[in-house]
Design a protein. Structure first.
Length: 549
């Protein structure tokens, strides 16, 4: 009998004798498989009303509900939702003949998700009646090689120019960040910058960053074990216990294993000094805005209470944290727990915030339209793993960098990207030509603060914005490290050949030492100096031709 409406459903569910109630992966939530709305987290729901419109018979209806219930019990809400949509895309075509026919009309993306959903149904949930369609789906999945995904210009590895642009623009955004926050919107905007910086520094997914609380950011030398509030709060097995400079260490969680904040990664992450200072500045502003909000409600906290409530707060909160009327101090502490996901920004919302933040940066791409370039978790991981593989790092080390498995990084070790040198060369000429035509160098040379000088006090070019150079950490120094920078405009009459020779010497020295990171930077500098020399020569010849005309 087909389930065509809720009246039929109400009649049949009364005779069901199997297990109806399941616990979500977040074990604080229990749901009935015959409900059409399953609550799987604080603000996480799975909606299943669509199943009445598929024409399922009663047994298929129940089987799919149980399969999705087991997904919700063992996997994240997002995974359960994706697999529900996969079954929805298939419709009532689960018999082998109907399945094979329907398969032809599915998108490659739907085919992959459906194959994954059927794999879980057969292998994990034990529904062997779907074995034949599962085996067909496995044998006929779209042929997508890992290498093709990694090299995709919109979804794969960032080119050197793109990756450098992202890091440079984040540096400038950090320099321009207001150090005073006047309200919740300012704190949230500051938090978006912090999320970008931490994602780049730690190479961790938004779902992992979204779980962080201020209790997870401690000075090096303090132990997470000493700050543990209850037996369920997991801590790293290895922590940084000493540093001669004030730096923070961050505890992260796997994100896919166990309950919310239930599985700390084995090692804590030691943050660089500049990032530690930035995070502490963000914390101070966050606390000031939160405490002001509480005081406006008549809730006054002692110093110890302020410290305790901050440790319970999410690193990346929803705005509701600053606008909620808690009414009493007791309600405040009940609402914010060390293991609670209350007021935490959802992982999708955090990823959207990161994407939105980078959309406002002046990012540059050599392969796609620059205004389409964004900072994304998958692309960042592809890039870091690729660069690591090019440097000869072994698979166990690469896995440790990103918190993945050795099997997941194997594809990167076997890839070669030397062909990207041609892309860099083509873009270098385009970029230098653009810079020569976009600014009057001779006019700015009259203003000393704009002038870039070498060690002999000779004028090599100008800075279009001197403030942007204030926090530049280039170890190659000016002007050698300036040539690829958007902020540097070469002087047409300067001796750039001298610096080409100097860069080539440095390149050969580092080649003998095997320093791949420095070699990569020098290779790019050599490209830009060579293009600068070529364009200067072309412009000089053009001027001579005009003079003799």
């Amino acid at each position: 009998m087909a389930i065509t409406n809720k009246n039929t459903f109400e009649q049949l569910k009364q005779s069901f004798e199997g297990q109806r109630r399941y616990r979500a992966k977040n074990d604080a939530y229990i749901f009935d498989i015959f409900d059409d709305e399953w609550q799987l987290g604080t603000k996480e729901y799975l909606y299943l009303e669509w199943m009445y419109d598929q024409g399922y018979d009663w047994q298929t209806f129940v089987d799919l509900r149980v399969i999705l219930a087991k997904n919700a019990n063992q996997r994240s809400r997002n995974t359960a939702s994706i697999r529900a949509r996969a079954f929805k895309s298939l419709g009532n075509n689960l018999s082998p003949a109907a399945f094979q026919l329907a398969w032809l009309s599915l998108t490659d993306n739907d085919k992959q998700k459906l194959a994954s959903a059927l794999s879980f149904a057969v292998k994990k949930a034990g529904f062997t009646q779907f074995k034949e369609v599962y085996e067909f789906a496995q044998a006929n999945q779209p042929n997508q090689k890992m290498g093709n995904t990694i090299l995709d210009p919109e979804k794969g590895v960032y080119s050197e120019i793109e990756y450098d642009s992202i890091k440079e623009e984040l540096r400038l955004a950090t320099d321009n960040q207001k150090k005073t926050c006047y309200g919740s919107r300012d704190v949230l905007a500051f938090g978006n910058l912090i999320a970008c910086q931490l994602m780049v520094a730690l190479i961790r997914r938004p779902v992992q960053l979204a779980e962080l609380k201020w209790a997870d950011a401690l000075p090096v030398g303090q132990s997470f074990s000493n700050h543990r509030q209850n037996k369920n709060e997991s801590v790293p097995t290895s922590e940084y216990l000493f540093s001669d400079v004030e730096r923070l260490q961050l505890r992260t969680f796997r994100g896919k294993d166990g309950a919310f904040r239930g599985s700390a990664e084995p090692k804590s992450h030691r943050l660089e000094t500049d990032l530690s200072v930035l995070l502490l500045t963000y914390r101070k502003q966050y606390e000031l805005v939160l405490i002001q909000s509480l005081e406006n409600q008549g809730i006054s906290l002692t110093n110890d209470e302020r410290r305790l409530i901050m440790l319970r707060c999410p690193l990346f909160p929803e705005e509701q944290l600053f606008t909620m009327k808690f009414k009493t101090k007791s309600n405040l502490f009940k609402a914010l727990g060390f293991m609670s996901d209350a007021f935490h920004k959802r992982s999708k919302a955090l990823q959207k915030a990161i994407t939105g933040f980078t959309a406002n940066l002046d990012l540059k791409s050599d392969r796609i339209e620059s205004d389409k370039l964004r900072l994304g978790n998958n692309r960042l991981r592809h890039t870091v793993l690729t660069l690591g593989a090019r440097q000869g790092l072994p698979a166990p080390y690469l896995a440790k960098i990103t918190g993945g498995t050795e099997q997941s990084v194997k594809a990167y070790v076997d890839l070669s990207f030397e062909a990207r040198l041609e892309i860099d060369q083509a873009f270098a000429k385009k970029e230098v030509l653009t810079k020569f035509g976009s600014i009057a160098v001779n006019d700015l040379l009259k203003q000393d603060e704009y002038v870039v000088r070498n060690e002999f006090d000779e004028e090599m070019g100008i800075r279009s914005n001197p403030a942007n150079c204030a926090s530049c950490a280039s170890k190659l120094g000016a002007p050698l490290g300036c040539y690829p920078c958007d902020n540097f405009h070469a002087n047409e009459d300067a001796d750039h050949k001298h610096y080409l020779d100097k860069a080539l010497v440095k390149y050969n020295v580092n080649k003998e030492k095997g320093n791949q990171v420095t070699l990569s930077k020098l290779r790019k500098i050599i490209l830009y100096i060579q293009v600068t020399i070529d364009i200067c020569e072309e412009r000089k010849l053009a001027k001579k031709g005009l003079c003799h005309a």
